[in-house]
Design a protein around this ligand. Sequence first.
Ligand SMILES: NC(=O)c1ccc[n+]([C@@H]2O[C@H](COP(=O)([O-])OP(=O)(O)OC[C@H]3O[C@@H](n4cnc5c(N)ncnc54)[C@H](O)[C@@H]3O)[C@@H](O)[C@H]2O)c1
Ligand SMILES: O=CCC[C@H](NC(=O)CCC(=O)O)C(=O)O
Length: 489
Amino acid sequence: MLHTHFINGEWVAGEGHELSSIDPAKNVSIWQGKSATSAQIDAAINAARNALPQWSMMSVEARLTIIKAYGEKLAENKEYLAKVMAQETGKPEWETATEVGAMMGKIGISEKAYFERTGNVENPMPVGKAFIRHKPHGVVAVFGPYNFPGHLPNGHIVPALIAGNTVVFKPSDLTPMVAQEMVKLWAAANLPAGVLNLVQGEVETGKALASHNDIDGLFFTGSSRTGKILHEQFAGHPGKILALEMGGNNPLIVKGVADTDAAVHDIVQSAFITSGQRCTCARRLFIPAGQQGDALLARLIDVTKNIKMGDYDAQEQPFMGAMISANAAKGMVNAQSQLVGLGANVLLELTQPDEEKGFATPGIIDVTDILASLPDEEHFGPLLKVIRYTDFDDAIREANNTSFGLSAGLLADSEEDYHYFFARIRAGIVNWNRPITGASSAAPFGGVGDSGNHRASAFYAADYCAYPVASVELDKVTLPGKLSPGLSL
Ligand SMILES: NC(=O)c1ccc[n+]([C@@H]2O[C@H](COP(=O)([O-])OP(=O)(O)OC[C@H]3O[C@@H](n4cnc5c(N)ncnc54)[C@H](O)[C@@H]3O)[C@@H](O)[C@H]2O)c1
Ligand SMILES: O=CCC[C@H](NC(=O)CCC(=O)O)C(=O)O
């Protein structure tokens, strides 16, 4: 179907250049379309602007009725949506089923967050009453990444709509099909025309939408590189809200654990789930120097070697599927070569078994000897860098030696060590004896430094979807009992 854009309640064909989406596990084209032109972006924004008065002035209960109907459509179509996600991203079906589950869960959580964080408060005053209420920003653009093509844009769209905003959604150009199927479910839930619009396209479409004069805000999940471009673009526009959820170079420190296998499990879940394509994935693993550390590392290499990788639809499901594209897998091979060039020591080689496909085997590389020249980059794939340390303080200092600050973790049996670590580590998600991936939607989700701009998402998304309005109100104009000195009436 070439009608891949949803503008003002109608499916229309793009009028820009050709786009296609490739199944990265099978190297076949699964979706074709055309990008939105700037006239189509104008039309989408106009539609959202025109739909705004009616949508924002509906009661929140009436909006929630429609949003919950979308939740029902998600539930009715969950298997189908999970299959589409798996096909377009390469992620195994067991994992995309959890992604659809998170999308469904988002509705109840966002409803609760709306009332808890941005609801109405009424306080009596000596004369009249004081109110705190919240209003939507207006027309907001939502930009999504490819790694969670449903869950993460959904995590902006649902709270934005609950708060009364209208939306223009631009998904990643690597996952247009998931976006399209998701928007179909909104349409099936009878969302009024113009409230949610979908425009497809690459960077140029993103730039045109982000720089449009008539948006009131932009909610972005993606790389720090793009987020910084958007941040610069929004400089000088204090009236527009910008929420940035970006990448990380996340540390995980191991110190004094009795159960080696439990630690290895949490490391693998942190580093290699989603083939390392989660913003929260552990990128740098700190292991104590010495025999105990050697034993843990040997076990980690052994377990990682045996991780099952395969097609998303394999009967016996793999732990890791393909990465998003053959290019992304090649990028990881190149990242490994770059580290080797700097003097790093490969412990388990990351390979791309087929140049035409997105598979990359998990890799482990010791970078202890090149810390001074180690690039502070997010390598968004299954490559774990190991750093051997002798002093806990040094390890924490090095863990913080990054411009990012998304997630961090400590695997240690001592609670005292955890308190010490927690007080010193700089990140928005800090875990103890748990993987550092798999964050809860019922908690705030965001990072410091280059990982975000202090507008956490998930439970706190409600905060950036509405602005507070303070009022003092009295039902008729009334002369005060006592006038200010020097006044007579
Ligand atoms: N913190 C979080 O919540 C979170 C969650 C998931 C992914 N991520 C991060 O996202 C990245 C992976 O996703 P990605 O590669 O799709 O990100 P990306 O930055 O390449 O793209 C994100 C979106 O921005 C658009 N875009 C790209 N360049 C643009 C520009 N110059 N102007 C306007 N729009 C532009 C893209 O088309 C896409 O829709 C990783 O860095 C990962 O850590 C962060
Ligand atoms: O890739 C980045 C997201 C990773 C994911 N985080 C969440 O799902 C946050 C919760 C939410 O947004 O509702 C993870 O931690 O695995």
